[in-house]
Design a protein around this ligand. Structure first.
Ligand SMILES: N[C@@H](CCC[C@H](N)C(=O)O)C(=O)O
Length: 272
C-alpha cells in the first residue's frame, strides 16, 4: 500500500508525519510499524511519528478539528510533544488545512494546544504545569534529586553542574518506577543565569534526543521555582539541537516558542 509521508523537525527533535485525515490509511497505528519508520538504520529515522488525523476520525475527547496522534520511536503512545506540535501546525498551514493568520488549535492526548505562528517561529500555549514532589534519577553511576513536573507528559528534572555530568546516555537512566509507573522523560539541566538554562534530555520511548519542548517547559518551571520569586520569567533554553524560549510565572500558563521545519516529503511503499 502506498501512502504519503513527510519529515520535519523542531530544534532537531525529528518526526515522520503521516497524513491520514480520515483514519483510513493506517487504521490503528501498529507500534512495530512506527518503530520501523523511526529506526535510523532500517527506516527513515525519527524521534517520533505524528499521524495527522481529524479528531472526529480518531474519537478522542477534543474540540479541535485536527489531532496530533503522537507515538515515540519505540511505538509507544505519548500524550504530548512540544516540538512536534509546532511542526504539526506548520504542516497544517503549508497544506492549507487551516486558515493563515489565526491561532491554530490542535488536539493532543495532553489536551488541546493553541499554536500561534509568528514570522519564523511558533508559540504554543502549553497550559498550566503540574508540580509534584522529588525523586531520584541515576545515570552512569551518579545520582541526582529530580523535580517531578508534568507538562502534558511526565518529566523528572535534575540540575547538574555540567551537562557532561550525566555521561553517555545510551542506557535508560534509572528512575523511581513507583513515581513514574508510565515511564518518564528525564532532563539534565545546567543553569547559566536567571533567564538562561541548558539541557540534555533522555526521552521516554526515544532515548537521548536533540531537544524536547515539554522538557524545556518542565525545566524552566523547576528553575523558576528555585528562584523563589513570583516575577514572570522569559527563559532561554539551549538544547543540543538549537534554542527555544519558555515564558512562565506562578499561576500563568506556559508558553513555548521555537522554530519548526518540514524538510522532506514523499510517497512510500513500506515493504518490511
Ligand atoms: N520530544 C517531545 C516529547 C515526546 C514525547 C515523550 N518522549 C514522552 O513519551 O512523553 C517534546 O518536544 O515535548
Amino acid at each position: 500500500m502506498t501512502f504519503p509521508w513527510l519529515k520535519g523537525h523542531g530544534t532537531e527533535n525529528d518526526f515522520v508525519l503521516l497524513p491520514d485525515h480520515d483514519g483510513t490509511v493506517h487504521g490503528t497505528l501498529d507500534p512495530a510499524f512506527v518503530a520501523g519508520l523511526c529506526d535510523r538504520r532500517r527506516g527513515i529515522g525519527a524521534d517520533g511519528v505524528m499521524r495527522v488525523i481529524r479528531t472526529a476520525a480518531l474519537g478522542e475527547p477534543s474540540d479541535a478539528t485536527w489531532f496530533m496522534d503522537y507515538s515515540n520511536a519505540d511505538g509507544s503512545v505519548s500524550e504530548m510533544c512540544g516540538n512536534g506540535v509546532r511542526v504539526f501546525a506548520l504542516h497544517l498551514l503549508q497544506e492549507g488545512l487551516v486558515p493563515e493568520g489565526e491561532p491554530i488549535v490542535i488536539g493532543t492526548r495532553g489536551g488541546d494546544k493553541t499554536v500561534t505562528p509568528h514570522e519564523d517561529m511558533f508559540s504554543v500555549d502549553m497550559g498550566l504545569p503540574e508540580v509534584r514532589g522529588y525523586s531520584k534519577v541515576s545515570a552512569n553511576g551518579r545520582t541526582w534529586e529530580a523535580q517531578d513536573v508534568r507538562t502534558g507528559n511526565p518529566h523528572a528534572v535534575a540540575f547538574v553542574d555540567s551537562l557532561s555530568d550525566a555521561g553517555y546516555l545510551v542506557d535508560q537512566p534509572d528512575f523511581d518506577h513507583s513515581v513514574y509507573p508510565e515511564g518518564v522523560n528525564i532532563e539534565f539541566v545546567q543553569r547559566v543565569d536567571a533567564e538562561h538554562i541548558k539541557l540534555r534530555v533522555h526521552e521516554r520511548g526515544s532515548g537521548e534526543t536533540r531537544s524536547c519542548g515539554t522538557g524545556a517547559c518542565a525545566a524552566v518551571v523547576a528553575h523558576a521555582l528555585d528562584r523563589r520569586t513570583s516575577d514572570p520569567l522569559h527563559c532561554r533554553v539551549d538544547v543540543p539541537g538549537g534554542t527555544v524560549w519558555v515564558d512562565w510565572g506562578p499561576s500563568m500558563p506556559l508558553t513555548l516558542t521555537g522554530p519548526a521545519e518540514i524538510v522532506a516529503r514523499g510517497e512510500m511503499d513500506w515493504l518490511s
